[in-house]
Write a protein that binds this ligand. Structure first.
Ligand code: PLP
Length: 454
C-alpha cells in the first residue's frame, strides 16, 4: 500500500493522535513503526529487519505475508463483504462453525462468533450464567480463574483477569470473579504430580469457600501466558475436570493463545487430554489476518436453547464477519495442509534445547513452557532464586531489556505482570535457524542486562 508519510511524520502523528495500548502518552514516546512482514520477520519504517519472536501478539501462526489469506479476504469481499449473524447466516460462518465443531473434542459442536478473545471470554461467562438460570440453578453465577492470568480488558473479562495492577483503576469491577493459585513450578513447595494436585485442589478450595451452588465456571488457559508461560503440572487438568464435575461447575478452556498449533495441536486441550465445556479462542484462528474469535460450546449447554422460548441475548455487529470467517477457513487449511501443529511437535524440543543453552547465565532463573511458547524468568540471585525489587524490574525491563532486544533485532516480550520474564512465541513456520538467532540475541541481551544490574 502506498505510504502517505515518512517515518518522522508518522512518529509525530502517532504521538499526537494515536492511543497506543498499555503505554504512557509521553511527549517523547516513540513506539516503533512497523511497515511490513514476511515469514518470521517484520520490517520497520527504515527497512530494518527483526525476527518476530512473539508472532505479533502470540498469533501469527502461519507467518507474515501469506498471499493465500489475502486472496481469501479479497474473494470474500468481492462476493459478500458483510452480512450480520442477527437473523441471517452466510456460507463462511456456517462452514467455519462446522469446521471448528469437527476440530473440537467431545460434544463441543456449537460455535458462537466474536471479534476477539475478550469477547469470547465474556460470551463464555454470560452463557454459563444463563445456562444455569435456565436449568434451575440461578444462584450459579461466579467464575474462578487463576492469579496473574490475563483474559481480556472488557469489564467482565477484566474481572476474570488475575492481574491486580490493570484492574484497580476501574473498580468497582463486575462482581463474581475469584482466583486460585497458578501453576508455576519455580519456587513451588512441590513438583510434578504433587504440584498438580496442590494447584487443582486450590481451585476446589475457592469453589468450596464461595459455595459450590454459586459457582458457574472455572476458566483456565492450557498454558498460562501471563506470569510467563506456566504449563500445567502432571495430572492437573484431569483433577480439575474431576473437581468441576464433582461440584457441577463448567470448565472453560481459554485457548486464545494456545489453540491452532501453538502447543502442537489444533486445540490445546488435546495436548493435556481433557474435554472442557467451552473453548474460547481467537488470535491463531486467523493468524491475525482478520479479527475473529469464538466460543465453542458443548451440546449440553445449548440444549436449553433448542426448541424453547429461551434466547441467548448476546451478539456483536462484526461477530462472524464473512471476511474474517473466509480468512479463518483459509488459515485452518494452511495449518492442516502444512501440518504446522506437527511441525511444532517435531521442533519444540530443539527450541527448548536452544533456550536451555542460556541456563549458564546468572540472570536466568527458570525456563518453561510448551510447544512454541516459552518464558524465561529472570532472577537477581540464581542460587537463592532471589527476586529483583519493583524498582530494579523497571530498570531491567523498561529501561534496558525491551529496548536492547529490539535494537538487536528480536521482537519478544519482556515484562513483569508477575516476576520479570522474557516470553517467546514465534510463528509456527519458524525452525532451527530462527531458534539459533533467538538464542544468540537473547544471550547477548541477557548478558548485558546482568552487567547493567550489577
Ligand atoms: N484470553 C487470553 C488467554 C488472552 O491471552 C487474551 C489476549 O491476549 C484474551 C483472552 C483477550 O483477547 P483479545 O485481546 O482478543 O480481546
Amino acid at each position: 500500500m502506498l505510504q502517505r508519510f515518512g517515518k518522522e511524520k508518522l512518529e509525530e502523528l502517532a504521538r499526537k493522535h494515536l492511543w497506543v495500548y498499555f503505554s504512557q502518552l509521553t511527549s517523547d514516546a516513540r513506539a516503533p513503526v512497523i511497515v511490513r512482514g514476511e515469514g518470521c520477520h517484520i520490517f520497520d519504517a527504515e527497512g530494518k529487519r527483526y525476527l518476530d519472536g512473539l508472532a505479533g501478539l502470540f498469533l501469527i501462526n502461519v507467518g507474515h505475508g501469506r498471499k493465500e489469506l489475502a486472496d481469501a479476504a479479497y474473494e470474500q469481499m468481492t462476493e459478500l463483504h458483510y452480512f450480520p449473524l442477527w437473523n441471517y447466516t452466510h456460507p463462511r460462518a456456517i462452514e467455519l462453525a462446522a469446521k471448528l465443531a469437527e476440530l473440537a473434542p467431545g460434544d463441543l459442536n456449537r460455535v458462537f462468533f466474536t471479534t476477539g478473545g475478550g469477547e469470547a471470554v465474556e460470551t463464555a461467562w454470560k452463557l454459563a450464567r444463563q445456562y444455569f438460570r435456565a436449568t434451575g440453578q440461578p444462584e450459579r453465577h461466579k467464575i474462578i480463574a487463576r492469579q496473574l492470568a490475563y483474559h481480556g480488558t472488557t469489564m467482565g473479562a477484566l474481572a476474570i483477569t488475575g492481574v491486580e495492577a490493570i484492574k484497580t483503576p476501574y473498580e468497582p469491577l463486575t462482581p463474581g470473579a475469584f482466583h486460585a493459585r497458578h501453576t508455576s513450578a519455580y519456587r513451588a513447595e512441590a513438583q510434578g504430580e504433587a504440584l498438580g494436585k496442590l494447584c487443582a485442589d486450590d481451585i476446589e478450595r475457592v469453589i468450596v469457600e464461595q459455595g459450590p451452588e454459586t459457582v458457574a465456571a472455572v476458566i483456565l488457559e492450557p498454558v498460562q501466558n501471563s506470569g510467563g508461560c506456566f504449563p500445567p503440572p502432571p495430572g492437573y487438568f484431569r483433577r480439575v475436570r474431576e473437581i468441576c464435575d464433582r461440584h457441577g461447575v463448567l470448565l472453560v478452556s481459554d485457548e486464545v493463545i494456545c489453540a491452532f498449533g501453538r502447543l502442537g495441536h489444533m486445540l490445546a486441550c488435546d495436548r493435556y487430554d481433557y474435554v472442557p465445556d467451552i473453548i474460547t479462542c481467537a488470535k491463531g484462528l486467523t493468524s491475525g489476518y482478520a479479527p475473529v474469535g469464538a466460543a465453542i460450546v458443548s451440546d449440553r449447554l445449548v440444549e436449553p436453547f433448542i426448541d424453547s422460548d429461551l434466547m441467548f441475548l448476546h451478539g456483536m455487529t462484526y461477530g462472524g464477519h464473512p471476511v474474517g470467517c473466509a480468512v479463518a477457513l483459509a488459515n485452518i487449511d494452511i495449518l492442516e495442509s502444512e501440518d504446522l501443529p506437527g511441525r511444532v511437535r517435531k521442533h519444540e524440543g530443539a527450541f527448548l534445547q536452544e533456550l536451555r543453552t542460556l541456563e549458564d547465565l546468572p540472570i536466568v532463573g527458570d525456563i518453561r513452557g510448551a510447544g512454541y511458547f516459552y518464558g524465561i524468568e529472570l532472577v537477581k540471585d540464581k542460587e537463592t532464586q532471589g527476586r529483583f525489587s519493583q524498582k530494579e524490574c523497571n530498570r531491567l525491563l523498561r529501561d534496558f531489556l525491551s529496548h536492547r532486544l529490539f535494537e538487536l533485532g528480536l521482537i519478544c516480550r519482556a515484562e513483569d505482570k508477575g516476576e520479570p520474564v522474557v516470553q517467546l512465541a514465534p510463528p509456527l513456520v519458524a525452525g532451527p535457524e530462527e531458534f539459533k538467532e533467538i538464542g544468540a540475541i537473547l544471550r547477548q541481551a541477557l548478558s548485558e542486562a546482568w552487567d547493567v544490574m550489577n
